[in-house]
Every structure is written in C-alpha cells, then in structure tokens.
Design a protein around this ligand. Structure first.
Ligand SMILES: [Zn+2]
Length: 333
C-alpha cells in the first residue's frame, strides 16, 4: 500500500487489497500489539465505544457516523462518544457495517437487534426515495459500499453486501431483488449467496468474469450502453479494471460509480490512481464520457458520496478533475 495514496485521500480506498487486512499494526505508541489485535486502540477516547487494532482504514465508520469516528494514525478511532440516541444509532450502524468487526462496545449493546432492523438505510428519503445503503460492508470487497434500489419494475442490488440473513429478510420486506448489478470484479463479495437467497439475476461485464463469477446470469459483451427498462442505463467505464461499469438511475439522477470515481474526504471528485488495476488513461477517458450524462448524485463503492446542485455543477467538478488528471498524464508522457 502506498502511503502517498493514504495521505492524499485521508483514507485507504482499497484497504486490505494488498493483503494487509490479515496482518495487524506492529506498533501502537511504541508497544507491540501482535498478540492483542482485538484490544482497544489507545487513540480512542474513554467510554463505551472503541475501535481495535484490526481496523483496515476503509473509512466506512467515519462517513456513516462522523460525530463519533475519525482517523488517527491510519486507522479509525472514537474521538467523541455518542451522546444522544441519534449518535448512538449511527455508531451502532457503523459497528454492524465494519468489514472487519473492529468496532466494539464495552458492554453488549441492548439495542443491537433494533439497529439491525434499520438496514438497509434510506440515503435521502425526500430527494432519492427508494435508494438505500445496504451497510454490512464485506471484507471480501475491501469494505466497499453496496446499495438497494426499490423500483416498481423490480428492485436492483448494486454490488454485494456481506451475506446476513437479517439483511436478506429486510430486503425481502422491501420486495426482494430482481437484479444484482455488479460494477466490477472487486466488489462481488457474497454475490452467489445473495443470488440464491433472493433469486435475482446477476449482471457483470464479461471482461470481469472470473472463476467465482462464471455462473453470473447476464455477462455483457462490448461497450454498450445497455438499458434495464426505461429508467436505468448501464455505462461501460473501463480503466479501474477492464470491464467496470456504472449504473445510472435516470429519473433520480443517481450514478452508482463502483470504483470508477468518487469524492475524496476533502469533498473533491477524484479517481484512485494508486489502486488502478488496468489503465489510468482509460479511466480518465471514461470519466470524460460521463460529461454526456445527467446526474447529481454519485454513490460509489469506495470513497465518499457526492451530491451536486445540478448537472452543470457535476460537469464543472468532472471538468476540474479532468484538467488535473490530463495535465498529469501529459507530464508523464
Ligand atoms: Zn475495484
């Protein structure tokens, strides 16, 4: 893992993708922690909630419960104990979503079953009704976020949360899923268990198919674009990987971007060049392609969400990103 990436984005977008999740930090305050990876990091403030030494710096708790979690020394820590019901709820939702189960409470939380029932989490009921964050990030996809879209023509799961029966029951109550759209090979996690449980058809580009995904029902060929009904367009955006795709929910102007691009912690649109597995120039080309589409929201796998005032503001952000990245390419050439 390159520290420059960590420094630039303030988190490790593909935490654990170098196998780091199996090792624990060697030192904390100069003391070896090899034998106690599950103990409390000294960087946490005193109190009920804490993060242990197995944190892979995926950033999820920090955007899910920003009042409680922050980044200290390349891992998360509690900087502010939850002080009201709302903060406690968010901290427990983060605890349940942590891909490495690195968040704990001193006493078993009496309200954890109630919190389980809050998933999937509506993202913005007023502006994008029916769009949910699934939570339960999987360490198999390096802690990527996944989503559920509730739609009259059939619901769509976007990428794969960790398989949890409680979540499956909640998704069933919302109408189950007709499709499971997989943005690319990194974020497929428990796709097979979800597909069996919900009886949904999986969609993945053929360039992304590997042995674990050879049974995917719809393997797309070529460069598209493809449609699902009249509301969804599947956009071919190679670069991060050879066949990664974005999903555009046209009426609500939401782009599900996978690992193609996202906001950084500094609230600027970015691509994660140090975690590019195919071609940075192609990825930049695919970012340019998105100037042709109308959207105001970006819901990514890794990185932070983006919400723009309108498509014009989105275009300005995309152009600003392109200016920086294309200049970088010229300097490299
Ligand atoms: Zn990826």
């Amino acid at each position: 893992m390159q520290s420059s990436a960590v420094g630039r984005y303030g988190f490790t977008p593909f935490a654990g993708s170098n196998g780091g999740r199996n090792s624990v930090p060697v030192k904390a305050s100069g003391v070896s922690v090899h034998h106690h990876p599950r103990r409390r990091r000294p960087e946490n403030v005193d109190g009920e909630f804490f993060v242990d030494h197995t944190c892979i710096d995926c950033d999820a708790c920090r955007w899910m419960a920003p009042q409680s979690f922050t980044r200290v020394g390349e891992q998360s820590a509690v900087f502010n104990q939850p002080s009201c019901g709302e903060e406690r709820l968010k901290a427990l939702q983060a605890l349940l979503s942590c891909p490495t189960a690195s968040i704990h409470t001193e006493k078993p939380p009496h309200d954890i079953l109630e919190v389980q029932k809050t998933f999937p989490l509506p993202i913005d009921e007023q502006r994008i009704p029916g769009v949910y964050h699934c939570g339960y990030h999987s360490k198999k996809s390096f802690g990527a976020a996944s989503y559920l879209i509730v739609h009259p023509d059939g619901n769509i799961l976007v990428d794969s949360p960790s398989y949890k029966e409680t979540l499956a029951k909640r998704i069933e109550m919302l109408g189950g899923a007709r499709y499971m759209f997989l943005t690319h090979k990194d974020d497929v996690a428990d796709h097979d268990r979800w597909a069996k449980r919900l009886n949904c058809e999986r969609i993945l580009h053929s360039e992304e198919v590997q042995s674990g995904t050879s049974a995917v029902e719809m393997q797309l060929q070529g460069e598209g674009p493809w449609s699902l009904g009249s509301d969804f367009e599947l956009i071919f955006t190679p670069g991060h990987t050879e066949g990664c795709m974005c999903l555009l929910y046209k009426p609500l102007k939401v782009l599900f971007s996978g690992d193609h691009f996202a906001n950084s912690r500094d609230n600027e649109l970015t691509i994660f060049e140090n975690y590019n597995w195919y071609s940075v120039p192609k990825q930049i080309e695919s970012v340019r392609k998105l100037l042709d589409y109308e959207f105001e929201w970006i819901l990514p796998g890794h990185g932070r969400r983006a919400k723009f005032r309108d498509t014009q503001e989105k275009d300005s952000a995309v152009k600003a990103l392109l200016t920086i990245k294309e200049k970088g390419l010229l300097q490299l050439a």
